[in-house]
Design a protein around this ligand. Structure first.
Ligand code: S3P
Length: 176
């Protein structure tokens, strides 16, 4: 039954939250988001957690949220923070929780979508946004692929089309 959960992973700006909402509407399932669960629990924004407690504390909270979800009943959709699959422990937990879809997007598409973002601490710093994304994505890409059951190439698709594709894939799995 655990494998019925639809899990969305991918870089910041890859559309996980929007696709999660679209899928939730389409399939009539609740959608959860690890960032939102952490913010609720910590009582402060992701930006503040990074600034006051550091990235490692945030990563620990991500693992904590996944551990708690192991006890959750019923089918749902889960979108996770872009850095959550970096920990091997988290990749193993994701596999236990459900079927993992990697929303893959090019550096160019991500740069367009993330321009002007003020909420994501990792995008701040030296160099152009595009260079920063390229650098982080190059490190993460193999881990996203390792974590994924299925890779969805999103550059040429709308949010609705990505949701449709995942809903078909998840539906055919349930039928088999
Ligand atoms: C992060 C992605 C963010 C959030 C935090 C760190 C990352 O989530 O968890 O800012 O390391 O890629 P989104 O992918 O939902 O933006």
């Amino acid at each position: 039954m655990g494998k019925d959960t639809i899990i969305l992973i991918g870089f910041m700006g890859s559309g996980k939250t929007s696709v999660g909402k679209a899928l939730s509407k389409k399939l009539g399932l609740p959608v959860l988001d690890t960032d939102a669960l952490i913010v609720e629990k910590a009582g402060k924004s992701v930006k503040r957690i990074f600034a006051e407690d550091g990235q490692e504390a945030f990563r620990q909270m991500e693992t904590g949220v996944l551990e708690e979800l192991k006890g959750r009943e019923g089918r749902y959709i889960l979108s996770v923070g872009g850095g959550l699959p970096l920990r091997a422990e988290n990749r193993a937990l994701l596999r236990q929780l459900g079927r993992v879809y990697y929303l893959e997007a090019s550096v160019e598409a991500l740069s367009r979508r993330l321009e002007g973002d003020r909420k994501r601490p990792l995008l701040r710093g030296e160099g152009s946004l595009e260079d920063r994304i390229r650098k982080i994505l190059t490190d993460r890409q193999p881990l996203y692929e390792e974590a994924a059951d299925q890779v969805i190439e999103t550059d040429s698709l709308s949010i609705a089309q990505v949701a449709e594709k995942i809903s078909c894939l998840a539906g055919s799995l349930r039928a088999s």
